[in-house]
Design a protein around this ligand. Structure first.
Ligand SMILES: [Zn+2]
Length: 167
C-alpha cells in the first residue's frame, strides 16, 4: 500500500528549522505518531507532495521554504494597540508581558494570535505574523502506517479513532 489521496497515514517525524543548528520545532514519537487524512487539503501541500507514493517503513527528509509553508515575514504586519483597550477587554495589567500571545478579533470575526513585541505605558506593539512565518521547515521521519480511510472519515475530512477525533 502506498500513500495516496484519502488514505489515513501515520508518520513519526521531527520538524526543525531548515538551517545549520536549526531549532527543534516539534516532534512525534512511534508511540504517539502524527496521524492524518492524506490529500484533503488539511496539510501544507508541499508536505503531502513529499510523502505521496511512500510505503510503510519508508523514511523522508525534505525541506519546505517559508513562502510555501507559513509565509514570509511581513514587516507591515505590526501594529499598536492602546493598553487601555486591552485592559477594558479583560486583560489584567500584570498579565501583560513581552512575548505573550494576544488573541485579537478582526472585523470579520476571525481571531488572530498577535505577539506582544513592545510595551509602553500607553501602547502595546504587536506582531501579527504567523509564529512560523519566515521559517524554512526541515522534516525528517518515517512512515509508520497507511490504511484506507472510512467513508465517515472522508465525509468529515479527518481521522477517527487513535490519533484522530473521538465522536
Ligand atoms: Zn468526524
Amino acid at each position: 500500500m502506498t500513500i495516496e489521496n484519502k488514505m489515513v497515514v501515520s508518520v513519526n517525524y521531527q520538524l526543525k528549522e531548515a538551517k545549520e543548528n536549526g531549532a527543534l520545532i516539534e516532534q512525534t514519537s512511534k508511540e504517539q505518531p502524527f496521524t492524518f487524512l492524506f490529500g484533503v487539503g488539511n496539510l501544507l501541500p508541499e508536505f503531502e507532495a513529499n510523502l505521496k507514493g511512500k510505503k510503510i517503513g519508508d523514511t523522508f527528509d525534505f525541506s519546505i521554504k517559508s513562502a510555501n509553508a507559513y509565509g514570509e515575514t511581513d514587516p507591515e504586519a505590526v501594529g499598536e494597540l492602546p493598553v487601555k483597550m486591552l485592559l477594558d477587554g479583560g486583560l489584567k495589567q500584570e498579565e501583560l508581558k513581552l512575548g505573550m500571545m494576544l488573541p485579537l478579533q478582526d472585523q470579520a470575526g476571525n481571531v488572530h494570535q498577535a505577539k506582544v513585541i513592545g510595551i509602553t505605558e500607553e501602547m502595546v506593539k504587536v506582531d501579527l505574523n504567523h509564529p512560523m512565518a519566515g521559517i524554512d521547515l526541515h522534516f525528517t521521519g518515517e512512515v509508520l502506517a497507511i490504511r484506507a480511510a472510512s467513508e465517515s472519515e472522508i465525509a468529515h475530512g479527518h481521522v477517527h479513532g487513535p490519533g484522530g477525533h473521538h465522536h
